[in-house]
Design a protein around this ligand. Structure first.
Ligand code: ADP
Ligand code: ASP
Ligand code: MG
Length: 351
């Protein structure tokens, strides 16, 4: 069994969705497909939320744009006589979204709960539309809502996956359902009270990894808009090249320090089960992409595999002879940063 995850740019419009359809049709084993929201939709949803919260009544203009973006693949990829049910599904959800935003506009308040409820619309709509596209283009599949598979719990104000329940739910579902193709929305989950939660921005990679690790997939394919993990950010460094092969730890290091092509938590469940990952380009499926597994490849003496970077980082340099032999300085520094909710990504200390 194989898990294929298609990111936002890979499902952004009818043109690329036709390529996705070809990729799916070319598979000859049981597959699970995890999909992101149509590219840019989560950003539009979040923008709408902040406009509504700050009582800017132009938040509704995004709603029209969101509707247009979703109608395009429906109209281009589904035969006209089969479009009505998915169009009414779309309209019903957009009406619901509008009511939620109206309430936020009136209350001027955003809670974590309604932030997730709104963010989730992207994947809810994309998975339903892609399911219908597959259905009317000769691919029989089952659609399963990720909220019935992945459960989260709050841990220090962040959502983390409840392993025991998630493992049980995913195992139970796939033990009983042996469809050749299963389609699941990425990014979204549910807590024990049944409230929609998310796995964080970029979290569809993580959804795919969680599922792949529990069903013990033979391979996880991350389909995106570049031909693998590059030696540097491909949109900034013109000479950057795809890296053929990386170890889990090298990929983890690059992703933690800015290589956005993989959401950092993704590798952790995969490493435990030793499942290889391939990063592939939906726009150029013939490219070999990057293979990530547990072997280390230093054939050409290449110790440095790539360079990644993070924007908006500050460096604090704390120095002075008054600190020598005096305890508690580090505690005070890190406590001050933590009090202001500042994340520390690297620490080094010299004599
Ligand atoms: P998706 O929507 O498919 O999840 P993302 O936008 O999250 O795609 O990740 C792919 C993007 O990551 C690429 O388009 C590229 O701009 C960016 N990126 C940053 N660093 C790297 C890198 N080292 N290698 C590949 N892509 C990178
Ligand atoms: N749609 C979500 C986001 O834009 C999750 C994802 O694409 O991975 O963050
Ligand atoms: Mg991504």
């Amino acid at each position: 069994m194989k898990v294929l995850k298609f990111g936002g740019t890979s499902v952004a419009n009818s043109k690329i969705l036709k390529k996705v359809l070809e990729i799916i049709k070319n598979q000859n084993e049981q597959i699970i497909i995890v999909v992101s929201a149509l590219g840019g939709i989560t950003d539009l949803l979040m923008e709408m939320l902040s406009l509504a919260q700050s009582r800017k009544d132009n938040f509704k203009s995004n709603l029209a744009l969101i509707e247009k973006r979703h109608l395009e693949p429906i109209k281009k990829c589904i035969p006209i006589q089969n479009q009505s049910s998915i169009i009414s599904y779309l309209k019903k959800h957009l009406n619901e979204l509008e009511s939620l935003l109206d309430a936020i506009f009136l209350l001027e308040e955003v809670t974590v709960k309604n932030n997730s409820a709104i963010a989730a619309y992207g994947e809810i709509l994309s998975s339903n539309i892609i399911y219908e596209i597959l259905r009317y283009n000769g691919v029989k599949s089952k659609l399963k809502d990720a909220r019935e598979l992945i459960q989260t719990e709050t841990y220090f104000e962040r959502e983390i996956v409840n392993q025991t329940i998630t493992v049980n739910q995913i195992k139970n579902y796939f033990d009983k359902n042996k469809s050749d193709v299963t389609i699941i929305p990425g990014f979204i989950a549910k807590n024990k009270n049944g409230v929609t939660t998310t796995l964080g921005r970029g979290g569809s990679d993580y959804s795919a990894a969680i599922i792949a690790s529990i069903v013990r997939a033979d391979l996880l394919e991350i389909w995106t808009d570049v031909s693998g993990m590059y030696t540097a950010h491909p949109k900034i460094v013109a000479q950057a090249k795809p890296i053929k092969k990386l170890s889990y730890y090298e990929a983890m290091e690059l992703s933690h320090f800015g290589a956005k092509v993989i959401y950092p938590p993704t590798l952790q469940p995969i490493i435990e089960k030793n499942i290889p990952i391939v990063i592939k380009n939906t726009f150029a499926p013939q490219d070999s992409g990057t293979l990530i597994d547990n072997s280390i490849n230093n054939e050409n003496g290449e110790i440095v595999k790539g360079i990644s970077h993070i924007d908006n980082v500050a460096m604090i340099n704390l120095e002075g002879s008054g600190m020598i032999g005096i305890t508690g300085f580090s505690k005070r520094l890190f406590e001050a940063l933590s009090d202001k909710d500042i994340n520390v990504i690297m620490i080094t200390q010299a004599s």
